[in-house]
Design a protein around this ligand. Structure first.
Ligand code: ATP
Ligand code: MG
Length: 429
């Protein structure tokens, strides 16, 4: 195929054989979020570039080198969203739905875009389910977010394969004091830092903590710790969160180097990580961002949220073989009809059955075909039962009912009794 007809590198088609698992995952999350009282919000995929620069921070990896930015026909600079929080904050401000301290518990789902090096678990178009809560500032809501994800891992059967890492970044004041101490320490070891870290020391020193470079990591061992600089309020908040996680029985490890890639976090930050996906180990990440709304021009409004990467979680379900059996079967019943007259009767019969059993997955053979070829298609569809309409059945207004997976004998059923019979033998989702 010529190059111009290929998908863009790092942007994947999700093929029909993959979508059942995606829908299972997305459906499980959506149901859980509904049950905890969260409401869905949908934002555009494109926003003014300025929005991301202002919210994510100019000297972050995302803004410096990962954004898909272009000029539209009006000459405006637009960007394909690299994450959801910025647009969500923009939307709640624009519509005034967090004004006067109104609580909002929101979630969203959709594609995000970052120009990164594509590899397993890292793509240029990827998908997130994200969640943001506004105007609740206590550790109880941080704990609820984490508890909800914990329940999700349980429902998906991957709880044993993920680990919760936790840190507190404090308020911006205590973070400022810590930043000074860190800069002073790292400046004294400037020559031992890798080039990237030397640069970050000037632009965004906390990000040095995030380095993958072994020499810099060695320097960091004796660096000042954020925990020693936490103000009383942040400390109490963090203790409150840990007490709640303990109460539910959610294990965690404290990771003082966890700073997250975006500038806007304060107090709680957390990541769910796994060792099942190689280098791309973070499946869900988030934290509190009490200063962001004000920074974006709103009234002081606290916020906390997280985002999970759908590709990575789907990969985990596949890797750990946690794929529920029912999603591999897409068809319950397959109707075969032989001859024009039987096809007409079959179509009408299928619609009558669908009226009575709206959840039945009934596929009607299309494209006619011999006895043998229709049965082959019925079997390949994965259906549990075939329904047969041939000359004999037509003459007696019956339909042949044939189990395809070895569950019982073939029998004939009156047209009027078909729906009732199917209701007894097909478990409907
Ligand atoms: P990483 O450290 O892996 O680059 P990040 O800190 O940049 O992640 P966030 O911005 O916190 O990621 O996004 C939340 C989640 O979205 C990540 O934990 C991950 O599961 C997923 N994610 C982020 N970037 C990508 C990507 N390029 N491809 C696939 N999933 C991604
Ligand atoms: Mg990243």
């Amino acid at each position: 195929m010529s190059k111009s007809l290929q998908a863009i590198r790092g942007m994947n088609d999700i093929l029909p054989e993959q979508t059942p698992l995606w829908r299972y995952f997305e459906g499980t999350v959506a149901r859980l979020l509904d049950n905890y009282g969260y409401k869905q919000i949908r934002m555009p995929i494109v926003e003014f570039t300025e929005l991301f620069k202002r919210s994510i921070g100019e000297v972050t990896d995302i803004v410096e080198k990962e954004m898909y930015t272009f000029e539209d026909r009006n000459g405006d600079s637009l960007t394909l969203r690299p994450e959801g929080t910025a647009a969500c904050v923009r939307a709640v401000l624009e519509h005034g739905i967090t004004g006067g301290g109104q609580v909002q518990k929101l979630w969203y789902i959709g594609p995000m875009f970052r120009h990164e090096r594509p590899q397993k678990g890292r793509y240029r178009q990827f998908h997130q389910i994200g969640l943001e809560v506004f105007n609740l500032d206590g550790p109880d809501i941080d704990a609820e977010l984490i508890t909800m994800t914990w329940r999700l891992w349980g429902e998906l059967g991957i709880r044993d394969a993920v680990k919760l890492e936790l840190n507190s970044l404090g308020t911006s004041e205590s973070r400022g004091r810590y930043r000074e101490a860190l800069v002073e320490y790292l400046s004294a070891h400037h020559d031992k830092l890798d080039e990237d870290s030397q640069r970050r020391l000037k632009t965004n020193p906390l990000r040095v903590l995030d380095t993958k470079n072994a020499d810099t990591q060695a320097v960091l061992v004796d660096a000042p710790k954020m925990a020693d600089y936490l103000d009383d309020e942040s400390r109490a908040h963090f203790e409150g969160l840990k007490a709640r996680l303990d109460a539910v029985g959610i294990p965690y490890v404290l990771n003082p180097k966890l700073v997250r890639g975006l500038d806007y976090y304060s107090k709680t930050v957390f990541e769910w990580v796994t060792d099942k996906l190689g280098a791309q180990g973070t499946v869900c990440a988030g934290g509190r961002y009490d200063g962001l709304v004000e920074q974006m021009g709103g009234k002081p409004t606290t916020g906390v949220g997280f985002a999970m990467g759908i590709e990575r979680l789907v990969l985990m379900l596949e890797t750990l073989e946690q794929i529920p059996e029912e999603i591999s079967r897409q068809v319950d019943v397959y109707l075969c009809a032989f001859g024009e007259e039987a096809e007409l009767a079959g179509l009408a019969l299928a619609e009558r059955v669908r009226d009575q059993l709206p959840n039945l997955r009934l596929q009607v053979n299309a494209g006619a075909g011999s006895f043998k070829s229709q049965f082959k298609k019925a079997d390949k569809s994965g259906a549990l039962y075939a329904l047969i309409l041939g000359d004999d059945e037509m003459a007696q207004q019956l339909v042949g009912f044939k189990p395809l997976r070895g569950q019982g004998e073939q029998q004939s059923i009156a047209w009027d009794a078909l729906a009732a019979h199917l209701a007894t033998c097909v478990v409907q989702g």
